[in-house]
Design a protein around this ligand. Sequence first.
Ligand code: ATP
Length: 219
Amino acid sequence: MAHPPEPGPLGVFGGTFDPVHIGHLRLAEEAREALGLARVRWIPAGQPWHRAPPRTSPQHRLGMVRAAIAGNDAFEADGSEVAAGRPSYTVDTLAALRTAEGDLRPLVLILGTDAFSALHTWHRWRELFGLAHIGLASRAGQSVDALTLDPALTAELAARASDNKQDLRDAPAGRIVRFDMTPLAVSATDIRARLAHGASVRYLLPDAVLEYIRQQRLY
Ligand code: ATP
């Protein structure tokens, strides 16, 4: 019997998404295209362990992500961290995905430069490389080479860096593949500040998310 075709690499995109905006959408879309990802799974953090509590409930942040990605067949929302009701560590989320997807499927954790530069502060961070690759985007024109990184992170980058998306398919985990991303200096912090002043945020996030924010009276 013929084997079913091997599913392509699965992108994994975590964030607070308070709210989700066009910077996130372009990051996921450009990662999918540049890295040849079959799909991108969006996983909003329930209660982030590494930053102040979000303004908005986990359920609404998941609702905004669902509204934002509706209509993109390659994107899917994953409510597992939201449903957990406690802080989730990325290493545990990736371990669960690894179990669900099998030992062979490449998993690619998508990170912006700012998230990557704090990676060495994440819980059991070195184990991440045994579970997934990292797809590393430059954010707002920042190159990783221009960053001052923690020495342990610099060493991992030197050992694992690649600019070749084929490396993602040759192993299930362990490489850091960089890709260029259209610089978009949009942040959720800035959007929340505008909303707090009653200023327009139109075109910084999809209309469907704006509508969700209005209907649910968020921010
Ligand atoms: P905040 O302003 O509240 O810190 P944020 O807009 O940075 O939020 P997060 O949910 O913290 O959004 O980010 C999730 C992921 O998206 C991170 O990997 C981050 O690097 C990336 N990201 C966020 N905004 C952009 C952007 N404008 N361009 C590229 N990547 C981005």
